[in-house]
Design a protein around this ligand. Structure first.
Ligand code: SAH
Length: 352
């Protein structure tokens, strides 16, 4: 019986690895540079497009490597602000969601790091069906490559805030960051990349040592351990003091200010007392607070506070000297919360 081995995913190889691979095939190192440019700068759809490589070499590549691409399934465009939500099919048939948001400072793409999620945050649509699998580096990159090609817009900022917990897919995330921000590809500035985490302490500490200049955002969502663990089961494993100490270490080692995300939920974490507690936690870290009025999810009972409550919460924080913004709700008219487009698509399919 012949053993079936999976072909190497060539788009997930770093530049150095690709050069080594080409060496093993007996190719000169400049071939690796050309190939890398086709994949990560010219965003070629397949080996057949790489016309300055010999036919024979392209055939060898085709035989030996998998060329991962995503298939666009659906796009929804907001009439309010032009935000676009994309649904992509992965090579194994699973679907994921990504979003293009246009800001004055540039175009930002929000990508998924996993299909589904196993963190179980109570207000989040992405976690309802659990984790299907983690994404490869190529599959994270392809979300950006496809969006750039489909929209014709140049992507300047990337946030890893779609479905999944990026630090639960650590090795692939680092590989992705290297390919995204390194030379010879899209070469996006590390400072324009934000990784959002629910607070996996060992991985935050590890990330602090990688020598990167990316922004780390912590999903805090509550000012006390009790409230946090009600909203986020992972908080039972990594408790508040431990998480905040890891954030402090991240700031010290990288010199980058943290962002703290706080989803405001009516009657749950939106009181004056909550604002005071939050200020006491993040004040000493001089971080930035991003307030997100919770996006209602059909399966969940959480609702947004009144506009005035949200504004008052912001003012309270500012009075304590906290740097704070209310996240502008993008694409409100197109399947609200993260993970909802994917979910409604899958539900639609299972009814067929
Ligand atoms: N797993 C990562 C990134 C994915 S979610 C994390 O937890 O940070 C990106 C952000 O959106 C997180 O802060 C998450 O808590 C928040 N979020 C998820 N569902 C939401 C909802 N329905 N309303 C508002 N924010 C939500």
């Amino acid at each position: 019986m012949t053993e079936r081995t999976e072909k190497t995913d060539i788009k997930s190889l770093t530049r150095k690895e690709l050069t080594e691979e080409m060496g093993l095939l007996g190719e000169k190192s400049f071939r690796a540079g050309q190939l890398y440019g086709w994949m990560h700068e010219k965003l070629a759809a397949g080996f057949e497009e790489m016309t300055n490589l010999s036919r024979q070499f392209r055939e060898t590549l085709q035989e030996n490597y998998a060329y991962v691409t995503l298939e666009p399934v659906e796009v929804e465009i907001s009439r309010i602000d032009g935000t676009r939500k994309y649904l992509f099919r992965l090579p194994d048939g699973l679907v994921i969601e990504s979003v293009l948001m246009k800001y004055r400072h540039g175009n930002s793409v929000c990508i998924s790091s996993q299909a589904g999620c196993r963190m179980g945050c109570r207000f989040c649509a992405s976690t309802i069906g659990g984790l299907e699998r983690s994404l490869r580096a190529s599959e994270m990159l392809e979300q950006i490559y496809q969006i750039q090609k489909l929209s014709g817009e140049r992507v300047s900022h990337v946030v890893i805030m779609g479905t999944g917990e990026p630090l639960d897919n650590y090795e692939n995330l680092l590989r992705f960051l290297e390919l995204l921000t390194g030379e010879g590809g899209l070469h996006i500035s590390q400072r324009n990349v934000t990784v959002s985490t629910c607070g996996l302490v060992p991985q935050i500490r590890q990330l602090a040592k990688e020598g990167l200049q990316i922004t780390l955002a912590l999903s805090l969502h509550a000012a006390t351990q009790e409230k946090r663990q009600e909203l986020m089961p992972i908080a039972k494993k990594y408790q508040m003091p431990e998480v905040l100490a890891a954030c402090e270490e991240y700031q010290k080692k990288t010199g980058r200010r943290m962002t703290f995300e706080y989803s405001l939920v009516r009657g749950v974490n939106d009181s004056r007392e909550d604002a005071r507690g939050l200020a006491a936690l993040v004040g000493p870290l001089h971080g930035h607070v991003n307030l997100i009025p919770v996006n209602p999810v059909r399966e969940r009972a959480f609702t947004q506070p009144e506009k005035k409550v949200v504004n008052d919460f912001k003012i309270h924080l500012e009075n304590y000297g906290i740097n704070v913004t209310i996240r502008r709700e993008m694409g409100r008219d197109i399947n609200g919360a993260c993970g909802q487009l994917r979910k409604s698509y899958m539900e639609g399919r299972s009814q067929c």
